[in-house]
Design a protein around this ligand. Sequence first.
Ligand SMILES: Nc1ncnc2c1ncn2[C@@H]1O[C@H](COP(=O)(O)OP(=O)(O)OP(=O)(O)O)[C@@H](O)[C@H]1O
Length: 287
Amino acid sequence: MDIQFERVSYTYQMNTPFSFQALKDINLNIRSGEFVAFVGHTGSGKSTLLQHINGLLTPTEGTVKVGDFHLSKERKRQDLKKLREKVGVVFQYPEHQLFEETVKRDISFGLKNFNVSAEEMETRIMEALEKVQLNPAVLEQSPFELSGGQMRRVAIAGVLAMKPEVLILDEPTAGLDPKGQEDVMEMFFDLHKAQHMTTILVTHQMDQALKYADHIFVLADGSLLMEGTPEHIFKQTDLLEKANLDMPEILTILHQLNQKFGIDIRYKGQSPSVLAKEIVAMLREKK
Ligand SMILES: Nc1ncnc2c1ncn2[C@@H]1O[C@H](COP(=O)(O)OP(=O)(O)OP(=O)(O)O)[C@@H](O)[C@H]1O
């Protein structure tokens, strides 16, 4: 399913003294099967934008097209169940949404809203468990007996069990240690490769965007500041500055990359575009 935003704006609490325009005239395209990343400083509108893709929010201006679904203020009242079945969202700290007595019941919770036979349900649960690399022995355990990392995998399994065509990941590695972050990102990347699932990652970590995404969108104050391949984004350092990613931050990223991926690029006064090329080449090699 291709995704298009056509002149999309969104204002919270429209027509009240508290109204706030969180998205401003956004135009973008995400092609079916792509891995894209949204980066931007806090409050730039990333979460607001994501919530338009599964119809949690409807644009106050413009149209969001997700496959055959067209969402606009003129078409507010439509059945979004089919859309939500196709667009899975892993929210921030998804483990906070676990509440059932057993892992199995938690994974199957979302499926119960969709007409899935008991047999199909079992198959989907086992497949989802395998995708998140959890042992079937956990199925009858309470999710609250598991580690934080395992709980997150259970929550993710619940989303994958729906077999979404589009997977939205809102800061999926928040709060995990560096090893846990890498494991989770590699898991999503493998799933993306194996199933050609459109994957939309929201992250504060530019290194993740650079490593995994085919295409990066940079948001600033509700507007799309720039977009392009990782190579392209890294060359636009003047624009990156506006997105609060300036040279010191690029150097911080470099440091993180050195530490996390053993990428050894030293800053020796090379220009940002040379630096960018070196970083991207190294990341590609590792991928
Ligand atoms: N319910 C709401 N009512 C009014 N304003 C809101 C509401 N939700 C978000 N906002 C505002 O909209 C802007 C964009 O918020 P959003 O959560 O989309 O940003 P974000 O880029 O996802 O931030 P973060 O990285 O911190 O999650 C922010 O200024 C925020 O304060």
